[in-house]
Every structure is written in structure tokens, then in C-alpha cells.
Design a protein around this ligand. Structure first.
Ligand code: BGC
Length: 820
């Protein structure tokens, strides 16, 4: 079926203008309107991309928490995305979700980007391949995907208003390229971004028509980012199809009038509705269309197995002096150091977050692998200033006696109009009528101390709060939002705590009365009821961490970013680790030369101790099985399979694209084609520093010999093949990467660019034949005079290597000439 099929046209004709326009704004935050007149049921959408959250933004409907995009792309193995895609589809179906709001295919233009973890790479080809595999894998099960955020939404600073300035060729070759690939892979939706490009907000931008719909033939729905559409006529007349969230928005009645007044052609409305009905038929939401493909829910154990394997396959071994792997043996003592070992960052913050049933922390995973008695833990540094909501099992609803928190909703005159139990101390309401109607919400729970001593109990949220402990008022405060980004303000509220001394097993009753403040009137509220981690005297705690390391055979230090420095809604001002972590690594290293550092971040951080420690593993945000996967890699049960999908700098001052702050509302992409490794190579040619860890690099536990490549053609593609021999004593994985370059090109070019890759695996002593295909696009550049892709005739150099910095093997290749 296509949008102009007679069947869809007939359905559209059956609807009045009002009925049609009604369909073009969401019915709620996460759902679209139904229309019985054409047999349309509501379509449900959900974030995405690293799992499927569903409608609830708390622990009521737990989700599988997948590795974030930078971890997935670090596998350089499209098969892993295909397997994750099947899980995403199953999760969506289990939650009644038709549309997943992902993948994110913006680029790592600057390592400072706050949503770096959510995007695949600094390279448009790698991004496109991973995004396309995601789209194909999820949609094969009848669940829609959304390529987002179209386009040039690569950083977060002033994200709602920034006007990105980029030239035509840069847009085509870098930022639009992954979207073109998504459309080629058949993505059913594209999300228009908050930002503007070259003077027009993306929700009204001509790029929605051309190239997206006209040149590329995108036949799906352009959904807006949440709250991104601000006007009626320009957005409706543009390629924008659907305004989210609903039920209110700038279209509705105003759009009906605009059509009646002749400002927006009715044909534009018909086209949008036809696209929406086509989407409905694809996801099984339209009567008469084929039923959605059946998808069976996954067992928890199958989810855990897959997530454990993919997380390990994305971990990058950045350095190893031979210390890793460390097989468990009797008497081995392991010191596990760092707050991140017990408060792991399994996922990034913001709209991509899901609420998993469990997270295996590094400490849990290492205890499981080496044995409880073998492992000593010391946090070493003070905890991040975060309130941790009470988990399931820590709290009991005093009214029902079941686990959780009792919630009562009271209206203006104090009458309770609803009540229920939530499973944990994290409570959120999004688009929930009860939040809008309630003058007060009362949360009551009984919490039992899990140890003797000091407990910092409290709450976080926006609005008026009174906290009573065992019937006595302990705190009464009105908490105001910090900053203007509503999502960030609601998701990161300030906290208030009070200190109580409790004995192990002693329980207290907490009653929190909450009078909600709705930012901009938007029905979104979040309240955390929980405790902060307590910490002793800092000097004493550091000494005890150093002592633990000195007494152990192996020290594993887990460092990383925090929710307040790396998340959606803002960019990182610095790339350094939070205060004290570099010093902690050094102190542990001095105490024990067998120190392995695990870096738990979604994006590059500066590692001044990189060459001084025994081994460094980059874990990214690896999802709920973090600790299990980490233990597999440390013990050698699995190889760390990752290679860097983005360059890691040694020093902040070396970073080629640093500025993410707009100047007078504009953010100019003045570096043009040269971002990521392309920029590093250009600088190196001019005598600049190389990155600490180059693009595509990463170690394994075995050694390899790669033979001379042979090049043949298959249709319009070049086929590169090479013998790959595992010359070591362990099974392993290698990632072969093909880079093109064009010495003496008539046009400006990157020094080299990725044109193909493949992951191969071989047993100890085993051999495999690696095969990579190079598509014609790899040779083309965008000609701004012809406004077309053009292939320069003549020779290109192809280098088959194991990273962008590896000399590898080079061969000369000649593509077919001409404009395609
Ligand atoms: C984000 C989108 C997300 C949407 C819905 C926005 O703030 O930019 O990526 O899908 O919220 O949560």
C-alpha cells in the first residue's frame, strides 16, 4: 500500500475537515486519536530508543533496559542490533506500544553533546548502518520505528531555539546521510527536531519536503518532537504531519480555520491523514489491514542472556598490560572501588530512560563471579548528591500491607477521589488527569532500616511538600524548578532530606503531602521518596579504599559521569571526570599496580592516568546486565568485543569541535565535513595531536594476522575480502574497517572516511574469510552546483585496517564514474 492508494484515498474522503484535523494532534502524551468512521484504533507511541518505556514513567510497568546506542555501535556488529531489535519489538507489543520513538541518528559532532550516549557515532556511515539495522529488526515484527531528530540536533544547549547553520554539502554528507539511510531502510516515522536549520525551525523547515519526502520518497509520518510545533500555518503547510503531544496544540481548531480561510490547502491535510492511515495499516491499527505480526513476550532469562552478551560485546578494552583477563581462583582477593561500582549508570538520563526490574551493578557482578568473600568494596569518594528512591522490597504500603507506597489524591475541598499503591519510591504522572485535579497527593509508606546508624531520608520534586515521620512534621518546603527546560526541570528536581538514627530492622512511617507545581501547566509530575547514601569522613573513606586495594590481588576502580553532568537537556561543560575521581584512580594505582579502571560514561571523558594503570575498560551505559557483562569481560568468560564508534581525546584543548553554545541564537557548523576522526586526521596532518584513543580502536584477548585484501565487484558494489587468522590462544573477535581516501581530489575531502566494516570471530588458531561490501555512495560527494551526488572518476585508495590509525593494507580501487 502507498499513501495515494485508492483504498486510503477513499478512507480520507469519508472524513470531514474537522475529523481529519483531529487526527493530526495526539490524543494524549503517548497516544493518537482513534476514528471509528474509518476503523482506526488509537496508535500508542513510546520512548525509545534503548528499550520501551510504555506510558508509565515510574516503576509500575518495568522494561528491559538495553545498552545505550554508543554501547551498541561499539559492537560494530549489526547482528547484535538485529537481536536487540527483536527484543524491542517484543517489549513494545507486551506494553501495547505500536511506535517506538527511536533510533536517534544524530551525530557525535562534539563529545560535549548531552545526548551523545543516545546516538551511535561521530561517523554518518556507521550511524546509518546501525540505525538501518535497528529499523529493519524492529519493523520486521510490525512495530514502527522513528528516525530522530531530523536534523542537526547534535547538541542540547538552547535546544528549543538554536538555529544550526550548515552548508548544503555538510548537511548531505554528514547530518542528513543517516536519515537518508533510515528512509532507504523503510522507517515508518521521522521525528522533526526542536532546533532550526538555516533559519527555519525544523517543524516548518523545507528540508521536510525536500529531500525527505520528495527526493527520498519517505512515505511515513513526520511526527514532531514533544512540544516542538509552535505555529499553525507554516508547520501545517510544510512536511510536518503530526503534532505531539496532545490533546492540545497549535493545530486543532486553528488549523480548521486556516484551511477554511485558504491559508493551508486541504490537500496538505489529506496527505497527512493518508500517511497516518498508512502507518496505522502497517502497525495493525486499521480495520481491514492485515493483523500485526504475532510477537511472543520474552522470558526474563532470555532478556538477561541477550543483554549480558551485547553489553560485553560493546565494552572497549582501551589498555591492557596483560593483567586482564583474571580468572577466579581460590584465595584471590579483589578490591572493588568507587561509587559507580554500587550506583552504576546502566542508562543515560532523559526521555530515553526506562525503569528496569533490576540492574546488576559492577559490585553485584564481581561478587557473583569471584565470590562474596573474595570481594571488598570501598566507595573511596563521597556519593553524588542524589536521592535514591526506595526500591521495591524496601517499602510497605501501610494501608494494604503490600510492598510499595500508598497514594491518595485529594481535591480542593480535601475529598479523596482516588487511591492506589505504587511499587517503589519513584512516583511519576505524565498526562495523568489525577495530577491535574489533585490539590494534594498523599504518599504514605513504611520503610525498614537495612543497617544501624545514620539515615538521610527525604523527597525530591517540584511543588509544596510536607514530610511527616511517625506522625511528626520533619520538613515543610516549597521547591521551585531550576532552569527553564521543563523536561529537565521535572526529571532532576532538588531534594530535601532529614537525618534520623535508626537501628537495623527498625521501621518508620513516612507521610509526604505533595501539592503539585505543573511547569507551563503541562501535566507532568515526579516525586521521589527515598534516601541519600551516607558517607563517613572523606579522608578516612579514601584511606580505607587505598588500604583495600593494597591488600588485594586485583583492584577494580569504577569511575564515571553522573546524572547531573551527562544527560538529555544540557551539554557537558567539561570532559573531565567528576571531582576527585582522577585522584582516586592514581591513589589506587599507587597502592596496587594491578589496577583495572572501568569508565562508566556514555561519551568520551579525559583519562589522564590512561597509560599508568594496568588496564582500562570503557563500559558505556550498558543496560541492566552491566555488572554481569563486566564480570564476564574481567574474568575472560567473554572477550571485550568493542571498538570505539567515536574518538576519545587525551586533552580537552585538543578536541576539534568544542563549541556547542550558539552565538546570537545560531550555532555555525564551521568545521564543515571535518568532525570526529576526520577532524583529528586533518589536524594531525597539520602537526596537531592525535586522540588518546582513535576511532575504531579497541583491544581483545588474542592476536590476529590479516592477509592482503582482494577486491572484486558484485553489481554496483565493491567486495573486499581478506583472510583473518586468530594467532593467539583464545577465541576472539576482530573488526575490519575499510577507509577510503582520494589523494589529489578536485574537491575538498576528509583525509579518510569509513566505507565499510565487518565483525569476524574465530577460535584460537582459527581462520575466517572476512567480506566487506562498499556501496557506490562511499565514493560519491555532494556537488553543490549540480545539487546531486557525483562520483569523481579515477583512483581511490582503500585501506583495510583495524582502526582509523592502523596502517593496515592499502589497495587502489576505481569506482564507476558518473552522476547517480
Ligand atoms: C525528546 C525526544 C522524545 C520526546 C518524548 C523529547 O524531549 O527530545 O527524543 O522522544 O521528548 O519523550
Amino acid at each position: 500500500m502507498h499513501t495515494s492508494s485508492p483504498h486510503l484515498t477513499a478512507l480520507v474522503e469519508r472524513l470531514s475537515l474537522e475529523q481529519k484535523v483531529r487526527l493530526l494532534t495526539g490524543a494524549s502524551v503517548w497516544s493518537l486519536h482513534d476514528e471509528p468512521a474509518v476503523g482506526l484504533r488509537p496508535i500508542v507511541v513510546s520512548d525509545g530508543p534503548t528499550g520501551v518505556r510504555g506510558a508509565a514513567v515510574d516503576d509500575r510497568e518495568p522494561s528491559a533496559s538495553l545498552p545505550s546506542a554508543s554501547s551498541v555501535s561499539a559492537t560494530w556488529d549489526l547482528e547484535q542490533v538485529r537481536r536487540l531489535g527483536a527484543l524491542i519489538a517484543a517489549e513494545a507489543r507486551a506494553k501495547g506500544v505500536d511506535v517506538v520513538l527511536g533510533p536517534t541518528v544524530n551525530l557525535h559532532r562534539s563529545p560535549r553533546g548531552g545526548r551523545h550516549f543516545e546516538a551511535f557515532s561521530e561517523d554518518p556511515y556507521l550511524t546509518g548502518e546501525f540505525g538501518a539495522a535497528y529499523v529493519g529488526a524492529v519493523q520486521a515484527h510490525g512495530v514502527a520505528t522513528t528516525a530522530k531528530h531530523y536534523v542537526a540536533n547534535d547538541t542540547e544547549t538552547d535546544r528549543f531555539t538554536v538555529d544550526v547553520r550548515a552548508d548544503e554539502r555538510t548537511l548531505r554528507e554528514l547530518y542528513l546521510a543517516p536519515f537518508e539511510r533510515m528512509v532507504g531502510a523503510g522507517a515508518w516515522l521521522v521525528m522533526s527536531a526542536y532546533n532550526g536549520v538555516n533559519g527555519a525551525p525544523m517543524s516548518t523547515n523545507p528540508l521536510l519536503r525536500d529531500p525527505l519526502k520528495d527526493e527520498w520518497g519517505f512515505d511515513g509520518v513526520v511526527i514532531s518532537d514533544w512540544g516542538a510545533v509552535h505555529d499553525t500555518d507554516a508547520s501545517a503547510a510544510s512536511g510536518q504531519d503530526l503534532v505531539m503531544p496532545g490533546p492540545d496544540g497549535p493545530w486543532g481548531g486553528a488549523l480548521v480555520e486556516a484551511v477554511e480561510d485558504g491559508h493551508v490547502p486541504e490537500a496538505a491535510i489529506d496527505e497527512k491523514v493518508a500517511r497516518l492511515l498508512l502507518l496505522a495499516s502497517r502497525v495493525g491499527a486499521l480495520e481491514g489491514a492485515p493483523e500485526a505480526v504475532p510477537v511472543r513476550p520474552w522470558e526474563d532469562s532470555a532478556i538477561a542472556d541477550l543483554l549480558r552478551e551485547t553489553a560485553a560485546d560493546g565494552m572497549v578494552l582501551a589498555r591492557n598490560d596483560g593483567t586482564l583477563p583474571v580468572e577466579p581462583r581460590d584465595g584471590l582477593k579483589v578490591a572493588v572501588i568507587g561509587q559507580h561500582a554500587r550506583r552504576a549508570r546502566a542508562q543515560g538520563g532523559g526521555s530515553a530512560s526506562v525503569f528496569p526490574r533490576h540492574v546488576v551493578t559492577p559490585l553485584d557482578g564481581l561478587r557473583e563471579a569471584f565470590g562474596e568473600e573474595a570481594v571488598t568494596f570501598a566507595p573511596g569518594l563521597p556519593p553524588a548528591d542524589e536521592l535514591h528512591p526506595f526500591t521495591r522490597g524496601q517499602v510497605t504500603d501501610p494501608v494494604t500491607g503490600t510492598p510499595g507506597v500508598h497514594v491518595r489524591y485529594l481535591d480542593q475541598d480535601g475529598t479523596a477521589f482516588a487511591e492506589d499503591t505504587t511499587p517503589s519510591g519513584r512516583l511519576a504522572w505524565l498526562g495523568d488527569e489525577r495530577l491535574v485535579r489533585a490539590a494534594r497527593i498523599e504518599l504514605t509508606t513504611r520503610v525498614t532500616a537495612d543497617r544501624d546508624g545514620r539515615h538521610d531520608l527525604g523527597f525530591a520534586g517540584l511543588g509544596g511538600f510536607t514530610l511527616e515521620i511517625d506522625g511528626e512534621t520533619a520538613a515543610a518546603e516549597t521547591v521551585s524548578p531550576a532552569g527553564e527546560d521543563p523536561v529537565t526541570a521535572v526529571l532532576n528536581p532538588p531534594s530535601v532530606t532529614v537525618t534520623r538514627d535508626l537501628a537495623l530492622g527498625q521501621s518508620v512511617e513516612l507521610r509526604l503531602t505533595y501539592s503539585p507545581t505543573l511547569m507551563g501547566g503541562f501535566p507532568f509530575g515526579l516525586v521521589l521518596l527515598g534516601a541519600k547514601d551516607v558517607f563517613g569522613d572523606p579522608a578516612e573513606e579514601l584511606r580505607s579504599a587505598v588500604g583495600a586495594a593494597a591488600a588485594a590481588d586485583l583492584a577494580v576502580v569504577v569511575v564515571g559521569t553522573t546524572e547531573s553532568i551527562e544527560s538529555e537537556g544540557f551539554d557537558r561543560p567539561r570532559l573531565t571526570l567528576p571531582e576527585g575521581q582522577d585522584e582516586l584512580v592514581r591513589r589506587i594505582r599507587e597502592a596496587n599496580p594491578r589496577t583495572v579502571v572501568v569508565v562508566n560514561s556514555g561519551a568520551p571523558v579525559i583519562m589522564p592516568w590512561l597509560d599508568e594503570v594496568a588496564a582500562v575498560l570503557l563500559s558505556w551505559f550498558p543496560g541492566q546486565e552491566f555488572g554481569a557483562a563486566l564480570a564476564d569481560v574481567i574474568t575472560g568468560a567473554r572477550e571485550p568485543g568493542g571498538r570505539l564508534p567515536t574518538s576519545w581525546p587525551a586533552r580537552e584543548e585538543d578536541v576539534p569541535v568544542w563549541t556547542v553554545e550558539p552565538h546570537e541564537g545560531r550555532l555555525a557548523y564551521t568545521e564543515g565535513l571535518h568532525i570526529g576522526y576526520r577532524a583529528w586526521l586533518k589536524r594531525e596532518q597539520a602537526g596537531g595531536h592525535a586522540p588518546a584513543l582513535p576511532f575504531g580502536s579497541g583491544l581483545g584477548y588474542t592476536t590476529w594476522r590479516i592477509g592482503e585484501p582482494s577486491v572484486t565487484t558484485a553489481g554496483d558494489r565493491l567486495v573486499v575480502e581478506a583472510d583473518v587468522a586468530n594467532t593467539g590462544a583464545r577465541p576472539g573477535k576482530q573488526v575490519l574497517q575499510a577507509y577510503l581516501s582520494r589523494p589529489g581530489s578536485a574537491v575538498e575531502r576528509p583525509v579518510a572516511w569509513l566505507a565499510g566494516f565487518t565483525a569476524v570471530r574465530a577460535e584460537a588458531g582459527g581462520r575466517v574469510r572476512a567480506r566487506l561490501e562498499i556501496a557506490p555512495r562511499a565514493f560519491q560527494h555532494w556537488d553543490t552546483d549540480a545539487h546531486a551526488w557525483v562520483t569523481e572518476s579515477g583512483e581511490f585508495t582503500l585501506r583495510l585496517a583495524t582502526s582509523v590509525a592502523d596502517p593496515g593494507h592499502t589497495v587502489t580501487v576505481t569506482p564507476a564514474a558518473g552522476t547517480v
